[in-house]
Ligand binder design. Structure first.
Ligand code: MN
Length: 713
């Protein structure tokens, strides 16, 4: 019989005939796809997927997992597209194969140890269906078993990855058999000498230990019999990598480790576990403080057992684990144990059903145990991928909440990077700063010196760190800009009195500050800049004589001489957050302007003749004369209304005309007046009035344009 027929025959033990047929079909598909390919060892390639399926069948995994195992290298190695698999084997199996391929493409390069854990999480988060991980683990196990055929360099790389990533994942999922095999194979490949020495020492010790081991075993069996308890007693040996880690980590000598005699007793039900415990505790004296009840308080991955250590004859330490058959099965196969068919007519619904069942059972155990936090931390990631894992350009992995954007990422890397970021590349292509990131992406943040956070970022960042840093920065910036504006406003008024701040006696300044309930001049200036206090009033107070009343202060009046040549405050356009341009009249450089101080908001700049200011005109203390600075910079918004004859392509021509005139469009909307005439509303950005007039001229010259006006109010 051929290998596949032997395999199919065995599957009959727990799968339905039609399921076995599907697995068989997947095998033949893979055989054809890999036709002509061989493994390093020289065997036909298809022996590998078959072996992977065998590993999964030993764990009694379902037929879809086995099909995915057969096909797991097809997308990656033969160029057959995923769609073809969907057509042949359905969505679920194709998704599984695709998931395994994606994991295969991720290689673990960083040497940092802390990275390994994030990488494990990333692998889990990327696999929406936990069976992807199980197939991948089986794939890796077969590759580890056949590692010998590879070049030493590659062998070491794979072994390292296995030790750092796959063994811990298997452990997280409670798959003890798998994780110990990973560890021993990885250890052997990474450190052949150390592994060989420990192996040899274990063999030697085994001979010496044999007699004592048997005597203890017999006495344990006899003890159970006396008490009328059913149980299977087995000697237990530590695996090589476990011994190595104990020697390194706990600094124990080989003899200390080997001096311990370890046994496992398997019984029928939990109640019996405790009875057996009682029996062995009466046989030998227990070590104080070494008893662990993992039945009542299971480990994070669901592991359950009783552990105790006894003083044997001549004080030899005896370690004993007591558990039920079911606990034993779970301890060995973990999550995979839940795919075991308990009866042939059991219905599987949904690919997550069994995983959920496992999670649920473990979660219940954990909740009873009261340490569910640790559990959630360990397991949530495999089915609740609410985190994304992002690579920095140097290969470091950052863990971020799902939905995070490049700005969140930038702040996660460093506050300074966040504050000065201007653009980003995701997988080397330029991407918007607001684009949500996905696991496995590499993100590079582009920064510029002097760049500042944009208030608009607050609308899309999702991490607290980004949000609070942006807020903090803006608040700080606003504060310093308020101070600067307040100082300019106060200086201007003081100048009209023929003096300046530095000439006011310190004591007078202090008196005014105390009056205002403030400690620092900066705060008073900021208050002026924000429009909460009139510069004029503050100036008069500063100029009043010591102890002088408000009335006296009012007698102080501006110098007539300086009043005549009083210069309006100059606006540069770079004042920042405390100076804004009114949306009603959209002033641009060249327009006559005035400033309106609005409490708490700073200064809003309007056109001099803006209708919105008409009511405030008499409130002259709040209105300031302004002028544009010679070196004004930036782009300013204007609103235009264009009436044009409707014709094909006219909007595109309009847009091109604006671009050619070196202005940028913020908004464009078209209203059809009647069949013939359209009215276009434009919001464009220009440098100044001159630039605007050039733009208008250009638009007016376009064929079909009838009228163009700049909108105010
Ligand atoms: Mn493979």
């Amino acid at each position: 019989m051929s290998a596949i027929e032997v395999f199919a025959d065995n599957l009959g033990n727990y799968l339905e005939p039609e399921q076995v047929n599907l697995v068989r079909r997947a095998y033949f598909y893979a055989e054809q796809a890999h036709d002509g390919q061989t493994r390093r060892s020289g065997e036909p390639y298809v022996t590998h997927p078959l072996a992977v399926a065998n590993i999964l069948a030993d764990m009694h995994m379902d037929h879809q997992s086995l099909m995915a195992a057969m096909l797991h290298d097809v997308i990656e190695d033969t160029g057959i597209p995923k769609d073809a698999l969907v057509e042949q084997f359905g969505d679920t199996v194709a998704e599984l194969v695709d998931g395994v391929s994606k994991l295969t493409q991720m290689t673990f390069e960083s040497k940092a140890e802390a990275q390994a854990e994030n990488f494990q999480k990333m692998a889990l988060a990327m696999a929406r269906d936990i069976r992807v991980i199980l197939v991948k683990l089986a794939d890796r196990l077969h590759n580890m078993r056949t590692l010998g055929a590879l070049a030493p360099e590659k062998r070491r790389r794979i072994a390292k990855e296995t030790l750092e990533i796959y063994a811990p994942i298997a452990n997280r999922l409670g798959m003890h058999s798998l994780s110990t095999e990973f560890e021993d194979l990885g250890f052997k490949a990474m450190y052949p000498m150390r592994s060989m020495l420990i192996d040899r020492a274990v063999r030697n010790a085994r001979g010496n230990r044999k007699e004592l081991l048997n005597r203890i075993l017999e006495s344990l069996q006899a003890c159970l019999e006396r008490e009328g308890l059913q149980g299977k007693v087995m000697g237990r040996e530590k695996h090589l990598y476990g011994i190595y880690q104990k020697m390194r980590g706990k600094k124990k000598s080989f003899n200390e480790i080997m001096d311990v005699y370890a046994f496992r007793i398997i019984v029928d039900k939990p109640d019996t576990c405790y009875r057996v415990l009682g029996a062995v505790h009466s046989l030998y004296k227990p070590f104080p403080g070494r008893f662990k009840d993992y039945i009542a308080i299971p480990k994070a991955n669901g592991y359950q057992s009783l552990h105790t250590t006894l003083f044997g004859m001549h004080g030899v330490p005896i370690e004993i684990q007591i558990r039920t058959d079911e606990m034993e099965e779970l301890a060995n196969n973990g999550i995979a144990a839940h795919w075991v068919y308990k009866s042939k007519d059991e219905v599987i619904n949904g690919n997550h059903a069994r995983t959920r069942q496992w999670l649920k059972s473990v979660l219940e155990l954990q909740q009873n145990a009261g340490n569910s936090l640790e559990f959630i931390e360990n397991v949530k990631i495999d089915l609740f991928p609410d985190e994304v894992y992002i690579f920095t350009p140097k290969g470091r992995i950052m863990e971020l909440p799902k939905g995070s954007t490049p700005v969140d990422f930038a702040y996660a890397v460093h506050t300074d990077i966040g504050n000065s970021c201007i653009a980003c590349r995701v997988n080397r292509r330029l991407a918007p700063l607001s684009e949500p990131l996905e696991s496995g992406e590499t993100v590079e943040i582009i920064t510029a010196p002097g760049a500042r956070p944009n208030p608009a970022w607050l609308s899309f960042v999702i991490t607290g760190k980004a949000r609070s840093n942006i807020r903090h920065f803006l608040k700080h910036q606003r504060h310093s800009e308020s101070i600067a504006l307040g100082e300019r406003l106060l200086d201007k008024v003081l100048a009209s009195f023929g003096t300046q701040l530095s000439e006011i006696p310190e004591a007078r300044v202090q008196a005014v500050l105390t009056d205002c309930g403030m400690e620092l001049m900066e705060d008073l200036l900021a208050d002026i800049g924000l429009g909460n206090r009139m510069a004029y009033v503050v100036a008069r107070r500063l100029l009043a004589s010591e102890g002088g009343s408000e009335e006296e202060a009012q007698k102080v009046s501006p110098d007539n001489d300086s009043d005549s040549d009083e210069k309006p405050l100059a606006i540069r356009g770079t004042e920042g957050l405390v100076v804004s341009f009114a949306r009603c009249c959209n002033p641009i450089p060249g327009d006559p302007i005035v400033g309106y101080l609005s409490s708490g908001k700073g200064m809003v700049i309007h056109q001099e003749n803006c209708r919105n200011l008409a009511d405030n005109r008499h409130n002259s203390e709040k209105i300031l004369n302004l002028a544009w600075d010679k070196d004004v910079s930036g782009e300013f918004t204007v609103e235009l209304r264009v009436e044009l004859e409707h014709q094909r392509g006219i909007i595109a021509q309009l847009a091109t005309g604006i671009t050619v005139a070196d202005a940028s469009i913020d908004k464009i909307s078209v209203d059809e007046r009647d069949g013939r005439v359209s009215v276009v509303q434009l919001v464009v950005r220009v440098r100044d009035r001159l630039h605007l007039s050039q733009l208008i001229k250009r638009i007016r010259n376009l064929k079909g344009v009838m009228r163009i006006t700049r909108l105010k109010n």
